[in-house]
Structure formats: C-alpha cells, structure tokens
Design a protein. Structure first.
Length: 400
C-alpha cells in the first residue's frame, strides 16, 4: 500500500492494483433516528408507548429497538439504560434488544441511543416510562392495614394481660381479707377477751379497797389506761374484719364506715363527692379504704369533735380524700414526730400511702380540728378503661 502525490492510496489485490481517493469518500453526518418497536413481558406482546403499565408479578421484560440508517444499517451501534436498575449506559454494539428479569415493583425509565456507521450519535434517542405495580401485600393500604391489625392485636394482648393481672390481684386481696378475718377472730377470742376478763377481775379487787387508798387510786388509773388499750384493740379488730367493698363502690364503703361509727353521742357526719366516679385500681382501693377508715375512727373516737367531714374528689390529675373535724386537733409534738407514742395508727396510714405512691398529710385546722389529706396520682389511682373491648376481653380473661 502506498500514497501517491495527489493523495490517492494505492494497494495491491489478487486482481491487480486498486486505489482509493480519500477526498471522495462519503461521510454520513446525520444521527440515525431511534424508535422502540416491540415489548414482550413474560412472553406476552405489549405495544410500546410513552408509559408501559406492566402486570403485577411480571418476571421477564424484553424491549426491541431499531434505528433508521439508509447507508450501512448493519453498522449502526446502540447503547441503552434502564434508569432505576442500570448505574451506567450499557453498550449493546449492534444488538437490537434489551432484556431484564426479576424487576422489583416501582417506576423505571428505559432509554436507548444509536450511532451511525461514522460514529455520529443520536443523543436524544427514544425513551419509555415503565410502571410495575406491587402485589397487594406490598401496597401501602395493605401495609397500613397490617400495622393497624398488629397494633390491635398488641392492644388486645395488653388488655388481656391487664385482666389476668387484675384477677390475680383480686385473688391476693381476697386471701388477704380472709387472713385478716382469721387474725381478727383469734385476737377477739383470745387476747381481747382475756384482757376484758383481767379488767373485770382487777375492777372487782379494787372495789374491796378503801376509796382513798393510794393503791386504789393508782390501780384505777391503770384500769383507765387498760380500757383505752382495749378500746384501741377493738378498733383494730374492727378494721381487720372490715369487709372489702366492691371497687366501684368506694364512696359507699366510706359512707358505711361513717354510718357505723355514729351513735347518740357521736359527732355529725357529712360526706361530699365531687367529679365523675371512676373505678379504682384494686390495691389503691384497699389501701385508701384502710386509710380513710382509720382517719374516721380517730376523728369519731378521739377528736372530741362536733362534726366530721369527708370529701372525696375524682380529679383528672389526682384522686383526693380529705377527712376533717372541728375537734381538739393533734398535739404539736405528735405532728412533728409523725407518730403518737405507743400508737401505730398514724404510722400504719403512712405505710399504706407509701405502698400506692400517694402523699399523706396531717394538719391542724386554722381555728380547731384536724385535717387528714390523701392524694393519689390519677395514673395510679384509676383502673384503665377498656370500653368497647371489655365484654369480649372479659370472656377471654375468664377462660384463663
């Protein structure tokens, strides 16, 4: 092969010499137009268009494309890209088909470019939007439904757990009250009856002594103290034997205590209930009832009051119980110490309040009397409401 002075290129062939004039070679400056002419999904033909909606669960996608070139069509080259799958352009050379499998549900865009035999690219190419819908179990409404159903099941499990815990707590409370009844019977039949018998014997012995005998005066003082101890013991036995009222009848239970304590010479009893009555947590009910009963007994038996008032307020933030009287009040040293020497009523009330996370305060009135105030946070005091599910859930709880 040799180049002549006029620019022609000569080369030898089997048939003799041949030459080419580079200045007379044809150059194609036109980019070939590109179009999509066939789409096949899982062996089924689809018409290509601006948007191709594939069926749910489509597995295999085949796209056929072509470019128009009248000079040397077999030398047209292609490259394509499926946006959402391919990170870069795929060189297809002269291949006129693109295939994809196992496409996930979503939105894609297929683009194809072509270049003629001289490497002039059609940068605009052809494009088609592809939409693959998700199966029903991947749709937003189904996932939302699953979340709601799951939340509902968790709520039912939570409610069922509450019912089981409540049943166990009620069983423990019942056992506790039975044990109280047993202890109260034993105390009454043994200790209190024995003390009463001793008091009567000492009283009979005192009657044999002269009235002004110093020993008689001392023994009479001791017997008065013994009567106080016996009275306090009876109060404790009464508290132990107090039947547990239904949780929903807490105000009525306190009213019954006040009614039982009233007699001819007793103070007047007043009771006020404010707010909407709500079911109480069983433990809160039991401990508050014990505190309220103890405060009422103290007010009726020791305050020398004319009126005893009980206020019960069902608040949004707290349950408040206040028992006040117009009696002689509590000694300052007892308020400061928090207990009365030799007596355990105030200490027991504080222990009950601590068990339910409540605040308990003892105060003397501005003029006269004593005020006992108990506050329990609402989130502790009130039993969770299960309206709407309660009937069905209650049956589930009973099946346990």
């Amino acid at each position: 092969m040799a180049e002549a002075s006029d620019g022609q290129v000569w080369f030898a062939t089997d048939n003799g010499l041949a030459w080419i004039d580079p200045n007379r070679l044809h150059h194609n400056p036109l980019p070939p137009p590109v179009y999509l002419h066939a789409v096949e999904v899982d062996g089924r033909p689809f018409l290509p268009g601006a948007l191709l909606q594939l069926p749910v669960g489509a597995q295999q996608l085949r796209i056929a494309y072509a470019a128009l070139s009248l000079s040397i069509p077999e030398r047209v080259r292609f490259r394509y890209r499926l946006e959402g799958v391919d990170q870069s352009w795929q060189d297809a050379s002269t291949r006129r088909e693109a295939s994809y499998t196992n496409l996930r549900p979503g939105h894609y865009r297929f683009r194809v470019l072509a270049a003629n035999e001289d490497g002039v690219w059609n940068t605009q190419g052809a494009a088609m939007e592809i939409q693959i819908p998700p199966p029903f179990y991947l749709t937003s409404w189904f996932l939302t439904l699953c979340v709601l159903v799951g939340a509902g099941l968790l709520w039912l499990i939570y409610l069922r757990r509450l019912r089981v815990m409540e049943a166990r707590l009620q069983a423990r409370l019942a056992e506790r009250h039975l044990e109280r009844e047993r202890i109260a019977r034993e105390l009454h039949d043994t200790l209190l009856q024995g003390i009463q018998s001793l008091i009567l014997r000492f009283q009979a012995a005192i009657e044999k002594l002269p009235v002004k005998e110093p020993a008689r005066i001392a023994m009479e003082g001791a017997l008065e103290r013994a009567d106080d101890v016996l009275s306090e013991g009876r109060d404790r036995v009464q508290g132990l034997r107090a039947a547990a009222a239904p949780v929903s009848d807490f105000p009525q239970a306190l009213a019954s205590v006040g009614a039982d304590l009233m007699h001819d010479a007793a103070p007047n009893f007043q009771m006020r209930v404010e707010g909407t009555q709500r079911p109480l947590d069983p433990l809160v009910h039991d401990e508050m009832f014990g505190i309220g009963r103890e405060a009422l007994i103290n007010a009726f038996n020791h305050a020398q009051a004319g009126t005893v008032t009980l206020e019960l307020h069902y608040g949004a933030k707290a349950l408040r119980l206040c028992i006040s009287d117009d009696g002689s009040g509590i000694a300052t040293e007892v308020l400061a110490a928090g207990v009365r020497p030799g007596h355990w009523g105030l200490a027991g009330m504080r222990e009950r309040a601590a068990r339910i996370g409540a605040t308990l305060a003892f105060r003397n009135g501005v003029a006269t009397g004593t005020e006992v105030e108990l506050q329990v946070p609402a989130k502790i005091a009130y039993r969770p409401a299960v309206a709407g599910w309660r009937g069905w859930f209650g049956r589930m709880g009973k099946d346990q």
